[in-house]
Every structure is written in structure tokens, then in C-alpha cells.
Design a protein around this ligand. Structure first.
Ligand SMILES: Cc1cc2nc3c(=O)[nH]c(=O)nc-3n(C[C@H](O)[C@H](O)[C@H](O)COP(=O)(O)O)c2cc1C
Length: 195
């Protein structure tokens, strides 16, 4: 049996992203869980940013931003950046998170986040009260100590990265679980069953 609730904003699991806007001298961090890759060629990420906060206008104004994936180790800092505004706080100073120069964009990346994406705004729109920003990923940073093979970005050890998972609806954070199977592969078990 199922029950229904009409239209609701519930989605799980979500990454806990820390989006940085501005420059090394004047940067802000906003916690964003509504994140998705939009296309692989060129690699492009979409983020949904409410229009009441400080960050939406900053992204429009600057045309660039970074997406930094939070690890479980910075859960408190990540939550803080989602309940305070850059309008009246310096979130880098108050969290103690460390700014690092990006390679290409002016907005810094966050040292404590194991995965950092430098993005250039390529498209934006509005749904209801939410801005939608599509950012072309122009550089990808991963902590070298989380890679099994330093020349292969897909060789990351997800347990070592320990991403902070957000459960929308229940509003709780979770840790990543154990590996359950090989994607794009395990389903092959059902191929040729009826041949
Ligand atoms: C776990 C978590 C996830 C969030 N996800 C989003 C999101 O996807 N989009 C959004 O606009 N706000 C999201 N928020 C709320 C913003 O982070 C919050 O409104 C923040 O104070 C805005 O900061 P700013 O004014 O510095 O931009 C989230 C907050 C938390 C705690």
C-alpha cells in the first residue's frame, strides 16, 4: 500500500554542497543540497539557489562560482553556512574553513572539502522563487590522499572522502554506507534470462 501527500519537496539522498561566490578577498559560502549534473559534454552542474539569500545575486553578478562537496568532518560548519547569510556574516572567518585559490575562476575553493569544482555560469533561469544556475565545470580538484591512482579521478576512495549526505524532507545528515554493487554491471544479471 502507498499513501499520497500531494506536491512536496522531498528528495534523498542529496550531496551537501558548499557553493562559494565572490573573490579571495570577499567570499561567501552557501550550503546547497539541490545539486545535479546536467550534462557530461561539457561537464555541467545545475544548482538551485533561493532568491531570498545573498548568493543568488552574487552568482548572477560574478558569472562564476565553485561547488565544494562537504565531508562528514565539517558537518557543523556546513550546517552553519545553511542557516546564516553572507549579508551579515563572514562565514569563512566564523567557520574557520580555509580559502584556497582556484586555478581559473576568482571564487576560491574550500580546502577542507575533498572535491571542488570550478564553474562558469552558462545559463540561468527562475522557477517560482528559486534561481537555477547551470555552471560549466572548468576545473576539478580532488584530494590526492583520497585517490588510489593519482592519475585517475575515478579512482577515489569514497569511504575516505566520507561525503556528508543530506536527507531532504527529514532534514537530517547521514554518512555514506557500504558498497552494494557495481553500477552499469550488476543489472546484466537479468540479461538473456529469457533467451
Ligand atoms: C542542509 C541544507 C541544504 C540546503 N540546500 C539549499 C538549496 O539547495 N538551495 C537553497 O537555496 N538553499 C539551501 N539551503 C539554505 C541556504 O543555505 C540558506 O538559505 C543560507 O542561509 C543562504 O545563505 P546566503 O544568504 O549567504 O546565500 C540549505 C540549507 C541547509 C542547512
Amino acid at each position: 500500500m502507498k499513501t499520497t501527500f500531494g506536491p512536496q519537496k522531498v528528495m534523498f539522498p542529496c550531496p551537501t554542497g558548499l557553493v562559494v561566490t565572490g573573490t579571495m578577498e570577499n567570499a561567501n559560502i552557501v550550503t546547497i543540497a539541490w545539486i545535479s549534473l546536467l550534462t557530461s559534454s561539457p561537464p555541467t552542474i545545475g544548482i538551485s539557489v533561493g532568491s531570498r539569500g545573498f548568493s543568488g545575486n552574487e552568482i548572477r553578478k560574478n558569472g562564476e562560482f565553485t561547488v565544494n562537496i562537504a565531508s562528514f568532518d565539517i558537518m557543523v560548519e556546513a550546517d552553519f553556512c545553511g542557516i546564516t547569510s553572507g549579508r551579515d556574516r563572514d562565514k569563512f572567518r566564523e567557520t574557520g574553513l580555509t580559502k584556497m585559490e582556484s586555478k581559473i575562476v576568482k571564487s576560491p575553493i574550500i580546502k577542507e572539502c575533498p572535491l571542488n569544482l570550478e564553474c562558469v555560469l552558462v545559463e540561468s533561469g527562475t522557477f517560482g522563487s528559486t534561481n537555477h544556475f547551470a555552471g560549466k565545470i572548468i576545473e576539478t580538484h580532488i584530494d590526492t590522499d583520497k585517490l588510489r591512482d593519482s592519475g585517475d579521478y575515478t579512482s577515489f576512495d569514497i569511504a575516505a572522502i566520507n561525503p556528508l549526505i543530506y536527507i531532504g524532507g527529514a532534514r537530517e545528515y547521514r554518512k555514506i554506507g557500504e558498497k552494494a554493487g557495481d553500477a552499469y554491471n550488476i543489472g546484466k544479471k537479468l540479461l538473456n534470462q529469457e533467451d
